[in-house]
Structures are given as structure tokens and as C-alpha cells.
Design a protein around this ligand. Structure first.
Ligand code: SF4
Length: 324
């Protein structure tokens, strides 16, 4: 991806990661700024235009860096569930992405002070084991060629056996490092969904091949059929897709599977509708329950049950996690 401009927070200049990233973006215009929020938090930004004309912001994260997991996220039975935000925003442009409603800008912010994240993880680990979703508000693997941050999360996982890291991605990497306490979570969708709603992301067949390569390299692999989207003929589409996945990956070797239907906080949905009025996913008449916009209870149940029964042909029910 080409970034026309790179905004560099003045405090970020002293960090080696800033130099490393800038050295890879020699064609970009570099602009010094006082604070990343001066650019990122400006009012009335056009997030659709920004997605088409991406810029990067390099900044230092102060305050909390690791958070307790949110209820709409799956914990996979892990008691100590956290997520970390070392990058905000993503190079891909999924129509259903909650980041469209969460952030005022589509520009990607990379926090260059990763050592502070590692220290915070170590402090939490002093209190007990930790499960950290490190790639929630971004796609660290898709950005790894630029930031190296997915690799840094693998490093701290290697150093701390009580730490379990999930790196979720829609990328299709050639090589992944096998670390016993790192789970590579590949989000996969039928072509009918990906082609229409996952702009910029690799084709599902490429992601499936990447997941198969990761398994062959000895990595722990999770497959995420999440979010399922209620497209016309969703039953047949998802059935065909599960057969395609099962034909390419030995599903008995994967760590587990996540299944979930589209859901988003009602607040983010309203903001998404305001900011990207042409987004058909945003305008579906969802039901709002407990502040979360989702399909009706019946649709939600039917879709998740259908997917669980399709996957149940290949893997044990104990390895299939649903979001509610
Ligand atoms: S890959 Fe994930 S984070 Fe990136 S745009 Fe799509 S849904 Fe959002």
C-alpha cells in the first residue's frame, strides 16, 4: 500500500521503529506534528476518501495499552482475556468493519513504542496467565512488512509461556513463525461475501492456502467464520464454502474455530451510517439488543447453528466457539 503522507508525532522521532518505517516509505511526504490526535481526531473527516487515499501516522501510545476484552469479542474460554491496540485501523476496507464507526479517521496509526506494550504485558503476567488478542483494531500480519509488530508479539510470546497471543488476519502470508503460544486466526468468508464486502483483502482461496501453509509449518491455526453475513442463499453459500475449506485444510489439525454473525455496537452503527451513507451493510434493519445491533434472534440462531452443524462434520463441537 502506498501512503501519500506520513505524519510523525514529535515524540515518536526518537524511536527506532519510526526510522525503520520511514526508510521503507521514501516516496511519501513526511510531516511533523505535535500529537497524533491533531490529525486523527479532527472533526468532519471523510473516512471513505481517506480509505482511498491512505496516510500513516506514527505516534507514541501513552496511558493504557492493554485492555480487558469486550463482551462482543470471543474469549475462547480463556479467563484472562485482554486485547492490545498497538495499531489503529487497517489496510483493508471491509464494509462491515466496526472501525468505521469507532474511529474519526481511516488513517492508520502505528504506535512505535512497542517496548512499553511488552512491559505492560509483563506486569499483567506477574498476576497470572494472559490471553491477548493483539490484532483486533487492525491487521498486524498485513502490516508486518512495514512495522514488524506481529513479529514483536511472537517475540514476547516466546519469552513468556504464560502468555497466549492471538494474531487475527485476513492476509495471506507466505511464511509464519511457529510459536507454541501464538494462534494465527485466519478470518475466512465465502467468495460471495469477500468479493462484495472485504475490499482490499486477499481472496478467500489465498487465505485458506495461507492457513494450510501455516499448519504445515507447525503453527497453531484458528479459523474464524466471523462475521457471517446474511446474504441471499446464505445457507448454500456457507455450505459450499465449508466444503471448500475442508477440501484444502485438514480441519482435524486446527486449534479451534470461531463462528459469529455480524454484530456491532449500536453507537458505532449510527456513526457508520452517518459517515458512509452508501454502505449497504450499515443500513440493514438490525435489531438492537443490550446496545448491540445484530440480526434477529431467530436469524442469528439459525445462522450460527447452520455453521456449527456444517463444521461439526469435520471437527468436534468442543472446538467450535460461538459468540453468544
Ligand atoms: S480486516 Fe478486519 S480490521 Fe481490517 S477492515 Fe476488515 S474487518 Fe476491519
Amino acid at each position: 500500500m502506498r501512503y501519500s503522507h506520513v505524519y510523525v508525532e514529535k515524540g515518536a522521532r526518537a524511536y527506532p521503529l519510526t526510522d525503520a518505517i520511514l526508510s521503507k516509505l521514501q516516496g511519501s511526504v513526511v510531516i511533523d506534528i505535535d500529537h497524533y490526535k491533531d490529525v486523527f481526531d479532527r472533526p468532519r473527516q471523510d473516512i471513505v476518501f481517506q480509505k482511498e487515499n491512505p496516510c500513516l501516522i506514527l505516534a507514541v501510545r501513552t496511558g493504557a495499552r492493554i485492555y480487558k476484552g469486550a463482551p462482543v469479542c470471543q474469549s475462547f474460554g480463556q479467563r484472562y482475556f485482554y486485547y492490545a491496540s498497538s495499531v489503529m485501523n487497517c489496510p483493508f476496507d471491509c464494509a462491515y468493519c466496526y472501525l468505521k464507526g469507532m474511529y474519526p479517521s481511516s488513517y492508520i496509526v502505528v504506535f512505535v513504542n512497542f517496548d512499553d506494550y511488552a512491559s505492560e504485558v509483563r506486569s499483567h503476567l506477574a498476576e497470572g496467565p494472559m490471553y491477548v488478542c493483539a490484532s483486533y483494531d487492525t491487521d498486524l500480519i498485513a502490516l508486518d512488512h512495514l512495522t514488524g509488530l506481529a513479529g514483536r508479539w511472537c517475540d514476547i510470546a516466546e519469552e513468556n509461556e504464560d502468555l497466549l497471543v492471538e494474531l487475527r488476519t485476513k492476509a495471506a502470508p507466505q511464511d509464519l513463525r511457529a510459536v507454541p503460544n501464538v494462534i494465527y486466526a485466519f478470518t475466512v468468508s465465502p467468495e460471495e461475501v469477500a468479493g462484495r464486502y472485504e475490499s482490499g483483502a486477499p481472496r478467500p482461496s489465498d487465505r485458506i492456502r495461507a492457513a494450510a501453509r501455516a499448519l504445515d509449518a507447525g503453527c497453531r491455526v484458528r479459523l474464524c467464520f466471523d462475521p457471517m453475513i446474511k446474504i441471499p442463499n446464505w445457507q448454500e453459500c456457507y455450505e459450499r464454502f465449508v466444503e471448500e475449506v475442508a477440501g484444502s485444510i485438514d480441519l482435524t489439525r486446527i486449534t479451534d474455530v470461531s463462528v459469529g454473525t455480524f454484530r456491532i455496537s449500536g453507537e458505532y452503527l449510527n456513526s457508520m451510517r452517518r459517515r458512509s451513507p452508501g454502505n449497504e451493510i450499515a443500513w440493514y434493519p438490525y435489531t438492537v439488543k443490550g446496545g448491540v445491533a445484530q440480526y434477529t434472534e431467530e436469524d442469528d440462531r439459525n445462522m450460527q447453528e447452520h455453521m456449527c452443524s456444517l463444521l461439526g462434520r469435520y471437527i468436534g463441537r468442543e472446538k467450535i466457539f460461538t459468540w453468544n
